[in-house]
Design a protein around this ligand. Structure first.
Ligand SMILES: [Mg+2]
Length: 103
């Protein structure tokens, strides 16, 4: 079984809230969808960027999504007392229970 471990910072120049991070997450997810749509020419536009540049743009937006998710996790811990380690264990257990993961 493979696992990817990311280390993303707690941003220290922002005062995020549940609402601001949730909205930002949707914004970043939209940006990710937008670059994928452009890459695949979903709007009917001709794709005039080279694949490497588009893949790089997709990766950048994907990391924005991950960073925002991590920022929201800090909010959940700090403002709502969530035990994220416990939640993560429950998440892994759910993936196994649903058959997405066999350890
Ligand atoms: Mg972005």
């Amino acid at each position: 079984m493979e696992a990817k471990t990311l280390s993303l910072p707690r941003l220290n120049q922002l005062t995020p809230t549940l609402e601001s991070t949730a909205l930002k997450l949707m914004e970043e997810a939209g940006e990710l969808a937008q670059v994928i749509g452009k890459f695949r020419g979903l709007s009917g536009e001709k794709v005039d960027q080279d694949d490497r540049a588009v893949v790089k743009a997709i990766t950048r937006e994907l990391l924005d999504v991950a960073q925002t998710a991590v920022t929201m996790m800090f909010v959940m811990e700090e403002q709502f007392g969530v035990d994220l380690d416990q939640a993560l264990q429950e998440h892994w257990a759910k993936l196994e229970r649903k058959g997405y993961l066999v350890r």
